[in-house]
Design a protein around this ligand. Sequence first.
Ligand code: UDX
Length: 434
Amino acid sequence: MNIVVIGTGYVGLVSGTCFAEFGFNVTCVDKIAEKITKLQQGIVPIYEPALDDMVKRNIKAGRLSFSCDLKDALKNSDVVFIAVGTPTKKDDGCADLQYVYASAKEIALSLDDRYRLIVVKSTVPVGTGRKVAQIIKVNNEKANFDMASNPEFLREGSAIEDFMHPDRVVIGTDTEKAQKIMAKLYEPLSKDNVPLLFTEIETSELIKYTANAFLAMKITFINEISDLCEKCGANIRDVAKGIGLDSRIGSKFLQAGPGYGGSCFPKDTLALIQIGKEYSSPIRSIETVVSINEKRKKDMAYRIIDALGGSVEGKDIAVLGVTFKPNTDDMREAPALDILPILTKAGAKLKAYDPKGMDEAAKLLKDIEWTASSSEALKDADALVILTEWEEFYKITPTDLKKLMKGKTIIDLRNVMDLKAMKDEGFTYSCIGC
Ligand code: UDX
């Protein structure tokens, strides 16, 4: 089976590469020529563990190729995935579907009358699949195709693992023929007992938003409980453990922190709110989640200022981690983008280190000195702020901190350090929910 994937962002590139790994022939198409030239040489433009090797291996095996020419790629295609971006529209929070619709038109203008299955993998509002089908029909009355919806649930930093070992695969289709093709595509997973959930297209589209909004709500809930813990003397780690052991709740996504970020939760919660409004069925719980999360990220800056006695004017602050989570170089909606400008405006002198995110962060954050290592950032600092829980930060000991830092104030927004060890060593240690 020949697959074309339109869009080489996270979703398109990871999905295309994993389908090639399953043994299918995959062509990934993108309009950005520079990106395609690099990918043809096996150079992956994003940091994602194990993706580089998998791309190179599949190019070498002749199963994975990259092109800017959609018309040419479509010639031998059987299945076409649309995996282009659906960013938030600035004016109303809706998902911007211009790239999805432009892809639909381009597909239509390139198709002959041989049957194709067109699959929307981008996260799109309910009804988009039907609209895509309509665009294709209007632009090419001979087009012979079925539509499907197949949302992704990949997390950055573990995207390959998530694709290869998902909890489930959600597939929305209208016809038996489309179902059979999708079942064939995911056979390597269903053979491993991964459930394939077949639904209507609208249901599949809504499952994606509902899942992400629910997870964002779970995080926001535990974040609020962590605030309560700090006031009443309870410990958030144990509260999370205590509720997570209840299988109805589950232990995942209960890590309290500075607020969720990334390319999906902020965008998808806003889009779900808009979908609710459009259908006069408001999702008030998620409206609240969004406003709590927005406020929380900024509040973290004032927590840091408070921990330093009410002023950061002239203080040297080491910042460890700036990406929205570890194992990615992605800065989209990272709490650092809210927190650090407030600190610099208040007169703090920031030295920051992140294992992968500094190039991207330097474009978005001004007046920060970027360092080549955590030790360099920590040298002579009055305070340490931890914003992202990178593995290497867990190895930093109180002795290291004592040796390097001038001051003894630690604000750990990811609960990386050990509370007791920090207190025993005489640090003023502030963490989340304890
Ligand atoms: C998310 C979804 O998990 C994935 O299924 C979807 O396809 C895309 O969006 P991603 O944005 O890559 O994935 O990261 P994720 O690991 O879900 O974390 C999102 C944000 O929530 C991060 O800022 C993270 O730090 C935060 N988070 C996550 C917490 O604060 N606490 C947690 O317990 C989990």
